[in-house]
Design a protein around this ligand. Structure first.
Ligand code: SF4
Length: 374
């Protein structure tokens, strides 16, 4: 039995080999962390690759043609992902979000979705299985994803103006193809579709009203996301953040809004409904209105590292346990102990953290969003 931490630093992010102390009773069933937050939502990155180079996530100058993406052999197989998902579900996970990089770049993703769609919560309920995509491949894949058991999709779309959108994805990808992907998802019944727009002041804030106008009365829920200091490569500055309060005020002036209660505890978006019945929008305000107090999300990197916060700098190497012939109970115990010791609340602490140049908080390199998914 392992009873000490063996630090394993690799080229990307430090990771620790989870502890499975013989002396400690293995935590089973539902878990709460040190702040009383349950484990409910598991985000699984199925690839660290993407066909876009959005500056706030995967800036081209860093993720260039020489960037060493993860070798295929280091990725978790679909069987390994399913095995881990089963363990997390036994610990309370009810929702699985597939992310990346761009998850639709992972071949035969439908096979994984079929496996996950067969899982049941301890109460026997099916899981809520969703996926976040840039929709560049969605027009082709929407129906097969639905047939495999995917229930919903979230599409990242940062503008309708083709020039602005091409500038933001930095690979000259036309907005029309993303809109076709959204329509295909609608036809396939992957609804309600959520649209995530990262708002970067001075870059695409002019797109806020055109996006609101376009998605009103469509049933899709448009969410405006504050530009975040994720990772260590996007050159984040506070003066490029447009606070959600200003976004809501701008939309409200054009289309009056009323605040709506959250759908469930831990929902990241603050909801606003159009007064005239035109649907709703959301704002995700990690910078100006932190929501760590009920954050119930864990993130699994594509090579099996467990991260407890989007802004973490260290993960826990579960792949080593999977490939180290540990039994499910032992891995479940390790996951339980990791979650129970969780105290992450970066967004709440951000403002008080020392920073090198008055913008990004100082300290160890934070994990890249393209590596563990948003
Ligand atoms: S900063 Fe970390 S703890 Fe806070 S909401 Fe985001 S992921 Fe959760």
């Amino acid at each position: 039995m392992l009873d000490k931490i063996i630090p394993l630093a690799d080229i990307r992010y430090a990771s620790r080999l989870p502890v499975i102390p013989a002396s400690v009773a293995a935590p089973i069933g539902l878990l709460s962390d040190t702040l009383g937050r349950p484990l409910r939502d598991l985000r699984i990155s199925v690839t660290d690759r993407c066909n876009f180079r959005c500056s706030y996530c995967m800036p081209r100058e860093v993720f260039d043609k020489d960037y060493a993406f993860l070798p295929q052999g280091s990725l978790l197989s679909f069987e390994e992902i399913e095995r881990l998902a089963r363990i997390f579900v036994a610990h309370g996970v009810e929702k699985i979000r597939l992310t990346g990089g761009e998850p639709l770049l992972r071949k035969n993703l439908e096979v994984l979705i079929e496996k996950l769609a067969r899982l049941r919560t301890p109460a026997g309920a099916p899981l809520d299985i969703t996926l976040t995509t840039n929709a560049s491949l969605l027009a082709k894949k929407a129906q097969s994803l639905k047939d495999a058991g995917l229930q919903r999709v979230t599409v990242s779309l940062d503008g309708l103006d083709d020039a602005t959108f091409r500038r933001m994805n930095d690979v000259d990808f036309p907005v029309g193809d993303v809109l076709k992907g959204i329509e295909a998802a609608q036809r396939a019944g992957l609804a309600p579709i959520k649209i995530n727009m990262v708002v970067k002041r001075g870059t695409n804030d002019s797109e806020i009203l055109p996006m609101a106008r376009y998605f009103r009365n469509t049933g899709s829920v448009l969410r405006f996301i504050e530009y975040m200091d994720v990772g260590a490569t996007n050159g984040w500055r506070m003066d490029e953040v447009m606070p959600s309060a200003q976004v809501v005020a701008l939309v409200h002036d054009a289309f009056p809004l009323t605040a709506v209660d959250a759908n469930y505890t831990g929902e990241t978006a603050e909801r606003w409904r159009y007064g005239d019945g035109g649907g709703e929008i959301g704002v995700i305000s990690s910078v100006t209105q932190a929501f760590c107090s009920d954050c119930n999300r864990a993130r699994l990197s594509t090579e099996g590292k467990l991260f407890l916060c989007l802004f973490a700098h260290q993960g826990h190497d579960l792949r080593a346990l999977l490939r180290g012939s540990y039994a499910d109970e032992q891995i479940a115990a390790a996951v339980g102990l990791i979650w129970q010791s969780r105290s992450d609340r970066y967004s709440e602490l951000r403002a008080g953290l020392p920073s090198d140049d008055g913008s990004v908080a100082a300290g160890p390199k934070r994990v890249e969003m393209s590596y563990i998914g948003g």
